[in-house]
Write a protein that binds this ligand. Structure first.
Ligand SMILES: [Mg+2]
Length: 116
């Protein structure tokens, strides 16, 4: 599987999210997604947490520390955390993403916010 990795969003995808409560608060795990990530890890796949929580230099270290702790508790492993895509990112699983068909712009998923 090489260096390919699967990106998984945190808030609203892996962990329940309602409103911002600070870097130290991460919601309870979402079982279906946590089990999926655990399976990927057991299969030897690389998984990274992709979250805007580490996009602000002023609090990225504190945010990452909280995420590492959450990962260890709920996934049984500390996953890399990033807010960036790179060429090895195979897929991104994210509650805000809308999937489009390559090279056509045709929507395969749907906007949950009524955008078109
Ligand atoms: Mg999200």
């Amino acid at each position: 599987m090489g260096s390919e990795w699967i990106g998984v969003d945190l808030d609203g995808t892996l962990a329940e999210y309602d409103e911002w409560r600070g870097v130290d608060h991460i919601g309870p795990p979402i079982p279906a997604m946590v089990e999926r990530v655990r399976r990927w890890l057991a299969e030897g796949r690389r998984v990274k947490i992709v979250t805007a929580r580490v996009s602000h230099p002023n609090d990225a270290a504190g945010a990452a520390a909280a995420i590492f702790k959450w990962c260890l508790e709920h996934l049984g492993a500390v996953l890399p955390v990033t807010c960036m895509k790179d060429y090895q990112m195979l897929e991104l699983w994210d509650d805000r993403a809308v999937q489009v068909e390559p090279n056509t712009g045709r929507v395969l998923g749907r906007s949950t916010r009524g955008l078109d």
